[in-house]
Each structure stands twice: as C-alpha cells, then as structure tokens.
Design a binder for this molecule. Structure first.
Ligand SMILES: C[S@@+](CC[C@H](N)C(=O)[O-])C[C@H]1O[C@@H](n2cnc3c(N)ncnc32)[C@H](O)[C@@H]1O
Length: 519
C-alpha cells in the first residue's frame, strides 16, 4: 500500500522523521489495520459488557472504555450495536476525550463533532450529568451526529449546526471543557480509508491550517477561566499540529499546555516548527517549550492509525463577563429537582424551514406557551408508561409540535441554528402524543412501566430490528399487576431498550424507525 501514498507526503515525512524512523513509519502501511470499539458506559458497565460480549476484545491502553476487536468480527452487525452498547471507533481517536478528562456535571462543548465518535465518548463520561453542546457546520454530517447521540441514549445534549463565530456571543466563557477535533488533511487516515489519499491533494495542509487557527481562537472565547480544551487532528503535518499550538499560545498568554503523560505516546516536536518548516524565531521560547508537552500517536509506535493531541489549560482568573460558572451549574442542579410536571414549559417560535424529519433550523426567542400546544397527551403518556420522570433533570421545551428536555443550565440559544435543543421526547399531534425513538433509547428498562424483554437468543429480537410485526403473548408484557398490556411498550433486547412497540391482542406492532432497521 505504501507505494500509493502521495509523493509529496512521503518526501516530507522522510525529511521530518529521518531515515530509520521513516522506514518504520512506512512499514506500518503494510501492516494490517487495527479495529476498535468503545463501550457505552452510560448504558452498561464495562465488566458486564465484557461478560456479554461475543467479540474477542483486548484493552486499548489509553482509553478506559476502549477495546480492540479482531479483523473479521462485525460488531456493527449485532443487536447490541442497535441497543447503543458501543461505538465503533479507531483506537487512536479515543485519546483526545480521554485526555480532556471530562467529569460528570461539567459543561462541555464538542465544536467539530460529526459524526459523533468523540461526542458519544464525552456523553458517556458525563454519565447524564451536566451539559453537552455538540456542533458541526456541515448540515449533512449533523444527521449522523444526531443519530449516534440518540443511539447512545444521550439525555443531556443540544445539537447545533452553526458557525463557531456565531456561537461565541451565546457561550462566551461558558464551558468547563472544549474539544476541537479539527478538520485536517487526514494523513493519519490513509491506511484506514484510501480515499483520503486523493483528498489530500485537494485539501491542502495550508487551507486546513487557516481553519484550525480560527477554530482555536473561537473556542478560547467560549472556555471558562480555569477550563481545559483539547485540540486534536488525525494528521501528521507540523503546520496543523505543533505550529497551531505554538501560535495559539503566543496569542493567548492566559493558556498553557498541560503535559500529556502516556507511555505509548511520543512528545510533540518543537524542532519541527522551527526552520525549515516554519520561519525561525516566529514563536516564543515559552510556546516552543510548551509544544513538547503535546502528544503524537504514531502508527509505527502503537496500535492505532495516528493522531495529535494538545491539552490547553486556561488560567483561573476572575472574569465577570462570563455567562455561566460553577454556581450557575449548581443552580441548574436545583432545577433538576423539579418534577417533570412542574418543569418550566416554554414554547419557542421556529423561524425558517423545518423539515418533516424534526430538523430544526433557526430557533427564535422563547415565548409564552401557545394555546395550540397542549402538553396533556405527553403528561398522560408519562403517567401511564414511565415509572420515573426522566425529563426532570432538564427543562421541557416545545418547538412547534415537538417536545424536548433541554439540559438544565443551557443558555437561551437565540439566533443559532439548533438541530436538537435537548433530548427529543416526542411529537404532539392533534391531541395525541407520539413518543420518539430517542426517548426509548434514552430510557432504562426499569424506567418503563410496560416493557417487552426479548432474550438475545430469541429469534424475535432480530425480527423486531428488521421492522416485523411480532406475536407476543399477553403474559410476556412486563407490567404492574393493575396495568393493562395494551398500548405502547418499551422493547428491550436482554435488558437494553431498542425501541417502541404497540401491543394489542397477541400482536406487537413494530415502531422501530425505518431508517434504523437491520438490513
Ligand atoms: C475530524 S472531523 C470530526 C470528527 C468527530 N469529532 C468524531 O469524532 O466523530 C471534523 C469535523 O469538523 C467539521 N467542520 C469543519 N469546519 C468547521 C467549522 N468551521 N465549524 C464547525 N465544524 C467544522 C466537519 O464538518 C467535520 O465533521
């Protein structure tokens, strides 16, 4: 394969690495690629997953939830995938979120998030507590981001499809943690996706560098004093890596690099941002020294395709202009104690186009509730079907006919392109409530008052995922003794929700969404 690599790339890598290291690097392209999955610890404990998993797994040393699986195994074709128990992810791509050290309750931004590999990892680290804002400026890629968050059962995320410069006014100084998984020339993807080689010709390192510089500056505006950002790329060029960090540090004296210590990773290379790669003397000694604290993941030094990560720490200074702080987060926690039916129910105008697939475009100013949207059907559904009140941790918000639980403490998203203002609960149509698939995926088996539990070995589990109507005896519907079997029930494979069904007279009508079905 290494003879397909762009000549300009190999020449440059040879100059950077020197003969011996370059040979090892080139040999790695002829090695088989490695495969990884990351367990969704928001849904299942790691040990429980290891007991249940049919795959041959070995741990990824730098990711607490990450495992290698073997070539030929197909975790994407397993009912547990449809239950959102794991995400298939290249192992070196697991490093940035791990190094960001996200803690439950924090406010976290994933600025360039689609299709959501790292967003789902952040969500699992948050364990449903705190606020996750994910954004991508590419409208098509955002659809995959929404789907992956729903599959993972994430309850506390808002999804945006906007430009970071427009987000800055709303989120100035708001986030505790920010991930900038920047668009890049993708040199670390050549072994995994050969197409990336031809794209490399088109998307020059220089073009990407301009975008990365802007993204770093914009993210810095949105980080709280004392907060942390992780900047990552899946490319090797110093212009997109060490040089970005050195330049950022020189422009932002209130930031420093938190040194990465992980034995499989190599240190960043300050020598590569001096001449002849960059103009000698362009960066301060402070910046150059700090750059050695960044991390490079090399495909010839570890089992992964390659990545660069820098962890940037902002000094904790007083900043009265900040939107939210730890006190505000605690106030958010107080809201969370409110019961769902007492929640702050607002409706908001929706400006611009809204597609039938629930994609919200611009969200307007919050208004008084409109008489047209009655929440009674939702309240009736929750009373009949839900044991706990899972929306209570957020603020119930209606956009048009669609109800969402927005994470407590999230600022008003005035003027931004909002795709999901929170966990999508369902639609209120003509006096009826239709629960969303996202609601089913975000619930736990014990939270539903009516459920069907299909064992993995039960042939009906796969038939459900294929969208078929199932024969289900009344006695199989799990429910309290005083409850009827008829109506919506949460369908689970083993203990893990996969969607809704509607039971009546020995038959389960399948509510599994067509776009999600097993093919
Ligand atoms: C490396 S990919 C992100 C991968 C993602 N973090 C994951 O783990 O699945 C970079 C993403 O940045 C998005 N992007 C490019 N320019 C952007 C910008 N100015 N603002 C926000 N997102 C941007 C691209 O659409 C692309 O989805």
């Amino acid at each position: 394969m290494n003879n397909k690599l762009p000549a300009a790339f190999t020449e440059k890598m040879s100059d950077l690495l020197g003969r011996d290291e370059f040979e090892l690097f080139m040999d790695s392209y002829d090695q088989p690629r490695v495969y990884g999955l990351r367990v969704n610890s928001g849904k299942i404990g790691i040990n429980e997953f290891l007991v249940k998993s049919p795959f041959t797994l070995s741990p990824v040393p730098w990711a607490s939830e990450g495992f290698y699986y073997e070539e030929g195994e197909r975790p994407g074709k397993h009912p547990y995938y449809h239950a959102g128990l794991y995400y298939i992810q290249e192992p070196s791509a697991m490093a940035p979120v791990e190094l960001l050290n996200v803690q439950p309750g924090e406010k976290v931004l994933d600025l360039c998030a689609a299709p959501g590999g790292k967003s789902t990892q952040i969500a699992a680290k948050l364990q449903g507590e705190g606020v996750l804002v994910v954004n991508d400026n590419h409208s098509d890629r955002v659809k995959a981001l929404v789907k992956n968050l729903e599959l993972f059962g994430v309850r506390n995320a808002a999804v945006l499809n906007d430009k970071p410069e427009r987000m800055m006014a709303v989120f100035q100084g708001y986030f505790d943690k920010i991930l900038i998984d920047a668009p890049c020339s993708g040199e670390g993807m050549f072994r995994k996706e050969e197409d990336m080689m031809s794209q490399w010709q088109r998307h020059s390192v220089t073009e990407c560098s301009v975008m990365q510089r802007e993204l770093l500056g914009q993210a810095a505006h949105m980080l709280a004093p004392g907060g942390t950002m992780a900047y990552s790329t899946c490319t090797f060029s110093p212009e997109e890596n060490e040089a970005q960090i050195a330049e950022f540090l020189d422009k932002h004296p209130d930031f420093e690099v938190a040194r990465v210590r992980q034995k499989e990773f190599e240190a960043g290379r300050p020598d590569w941002v001096r001449a002849p790669w960059c103009i000698e003397g362009a960066y301060s000694e402070r910046a150059l020294e700090a750059v050695s604290g960044t991390a490079r993941l090399w495909p010839h030094r570890l089992k992964g395709e390659g990545h660069f990560v820098a962890v940037l720490q902002r000094n904790a200074v007083n900043d009265s202009g900040r939107v939210g702080d730890r006190d505000a987060a605690r106030a958010g926690g107080k809201d969370a104690d409110q019961r769902m039916m007492d929640a702050d129910i607002v409706s908001a105008s929706v400006e611009g186009k809204r597609s039938g697939r629930e994609a919200l475009r611009r969200v307007g100013r919050a208004e008084a509730p409109r008489a047209a949207v009655s929440l009674e059907p939702l309240q009736a559904f929750a009373g009949e079907l839900l044991r706990s009140e899972p929306f209570a941790a957020g603020r119930l918000v209606c956009y048009g006919d669609h109800a969402y639980a927005s994470p407590a403490g999230l600022p008003e998203l005035h003027g931004l392109k909002v795709v999901r203002p929170g966990w999508y609960i369902g639609a209120l149509h003509r006096g009826r409530f239709e629960p969303s698939h996202a609601l089913a995926m975000g619930l736990r088996l014990g939270e539903a008052k009516r459920a069907l539990r299909l064992a993995l070995s039960d042939g009906r589990a796969l038939r459900y995922l294929k969208g078929e109507t199932l024969e289900v005896a009344e006695s199989e519907i799990l429910r309290d003794s005083d409850q009827a079997a008829k109506g919506y029930c949460l369908v689970c494979i083993d203990d893990h929700p996969v969607g809704w069904g509607k039971w009546h007279d020995g038959m389960l009508k399948n509510e599994y969404p067509p776009g999600w079905r097993w093919t």
